[in-house]
Design a protein around this ligand. Structure first.
Ligand code: AMP
Ligand code: FES
Ligand code: ZN
Length: 305
C-alpha cells in the first residue's frame, strides 16, 4: 500500500475516505482536518482563549498538541478525581498531562484536586451514595461542573474536549435507543454558551475515528495513559462501541455516516428545542450554574449529606 499523496509506503489506510497515507502526510491531513472542523462548525478563532480538558489519555493530549501546532491560545485543565483502582489511575494520568505541559513553553495546565477541594474522591462519593459499582454518572457530573466552573472563572471563551467519533456515535446510539430527546438536542460538535453561566463547549475531534487519533499520538510520540479508567470495564457505552465497530467492519464509513446524518437531521428541524425547556433553567442557589432543579443543582446536591 502506497501513500496517495507522495507514493511512499503508507502507514494507515482510511477506508471510509479511500485514502492511504504515509506518516508525514497523515499528520498533515490530521491537522488540516481538525482546522476544517473548527471552521465548519464555527468553534473558535485565533482571538479566543481555549481551555482544553486534558485527561492524560490519547485524544485530549492529541487535541492539545494539534491546537498548539495550529497556533491557538490553548491552556489545559486536568481534573484529579482521586481514582486509584490499584493502578493509581488518577496519579498516572495527571503525570502524563503534566509531562506534556512541561514540554511546552508558555502553556498553562490547571489542576483541580477533587478530594482536596470537596473532601471526597469520586469513589468516596459513589460509595456514600451507594453507586460504587458504577461511579461513572457521578464522575461525569463532577467533570462537567468543574470544567464549566474553571472555564468561566478563568475567562476562557471556549472549553474543548477530546471526544472522538467513536465516543460520539456510542453516546448517540444510546440516546437514540432510549429516545432521550433532551440529550439529543444538546449533542453535537458545539454546545453554545448561554451567556448566563454555561461556557461554549466544542469537540474538534468529533469526525475522527479513534484509530486515527491513536495513529496521530503514535506518530507524534505523545506519551499518554494506555489504561482505561478501572470503572469503565463493562460500561454500556463500551458495549455500544463494540456493536458499532462490528457494523463499521461490514460497511466502512457507517459511524461517520450515522453521526453526520444525525447532525443533518437536526439542521433540518428534527429535535427543535421547545421554548419551555430553555425557560426552565435558573441559577443554582449555591454555585450559580444553570439548573432545572428547584434550588440546588445536581452537583451541589452531591455534597449534601
Ligand atoms: P471520557 O469522558 O473519559 O470519555 O473523556 C472525554 C473527554 O473529557 C476527554 O477527551 C477529555 O477532554 C475530557 N476529560 C476526561 N477526563 C478528564 C479529566 N480527568 N480531566 C480533564 N478532562 C477530562
Ligand atoms: Fe470517571 Fe472513570 S473516569 S468513573
Ligand atoms: Zn450548584
Amino acid at each position: 500500500m502506497r501513500c496517495r499523496k507522495c507514493g511512499a509506503p503508507a502507514v494507515i489506510n482510511l477506508r471510509h475516505h479511500k485514502l492511504a497515507l504515509c506518516a508525514e502526510d497523515f499528520q498533515t491531513w490530521f491537522v488540516d482536518q481538525t482546522q476544517r472542523s473548527i471552521r465548519k462548525y464555527e468553534m473558535f478563532t485565533h482571538d479566543d482563549r481555549i481551555l482544553v480538558a486534558v485527561s492524560g489519555g490519547k485524544d485530549s493530549l492529541a487535541l492539545w498538541d494539534v491546537l498548539l501546532r495550529l497556533g491557538y491560545q490553548a491552556d489545559g485543565l486536568y481534573i484529579d478525581l482521586g481514582i486509584d483502582g490499584g493502578l493509581r489511575y488518577s496519579e498516572q494520568s495527571k503525570a502524563k498531562a503534566l509531562a506534556f505541559a512541561g514540554q511546552h513553553d508558555q502553556v498553562r495546565l490547571m489542576v483541580v484536586d477533587i478530594p482536596g477541594r470537596y473532601g471526597e474522591s469520586v469513589p468516596d462519593v459513589a460509595r456514600r451514595r451507594r453507586q460504587q459499582q458504577r461511579p461513572c454518572a457521578i464522575c461525569g457530573l463532577i467533570k462537567r461542573h468543574e470544567m464549566n466552573r474553571i472555564a468561566l472563572a478563568e475567562g476562557y471563551q471556549v472549553l474543548a474536549t477530546g471526544h472522538n467519533l467513536d465516543d460520539e456515535v456510542a453516546v448517540l446510539f444510546g440516546n437514540v435507543l432510549h429516545w432521550q430527546v433532551g440529550y439529543l438536542q444538546r449533542q453535537g460538535p458545539v454546545l453554545p454558551a448561554d451567556g448566563e453561566g454555561l461556557a461554549q463547549k466544542v469537540k474538534p475531534f468529533c469526525r475522527f475515528y479513534e484509530r486515527e487519533t491513536a495513529a496521530y499520538t503514535l506518530i507524534r510520540g505523545l506519551d499518554y495513559i494506555y489504561e482505561e479508567c478501572p470503572f469503565s470495564l463493562g460500561a454500556t457505552s463500551l458495549k455500544h462501541k463494540e456493536t458499532l465497530t462490528q457494523l463499521e467492519h461490514e460497511a466502512p464509513g457507517t459511524k461517520l455516516h450515522f453521526y453526520l446524518s444525525f447532525l443533518k437531521a437536526k439542521r433540518q428541524g428534527l429535535l427543535c428545542p421547545s421554548e419551555a425547556s430553555a425557560e426552565m433553567l435558573h441559577p443554582c442557589q449555591v454555585c450559580g450554574q444553570p439548573t432545572i432543579a428547584p434550588a440546588l443543582c445536581a452537583f451541589c446536591r452531591l455534597w449534601q449529606s
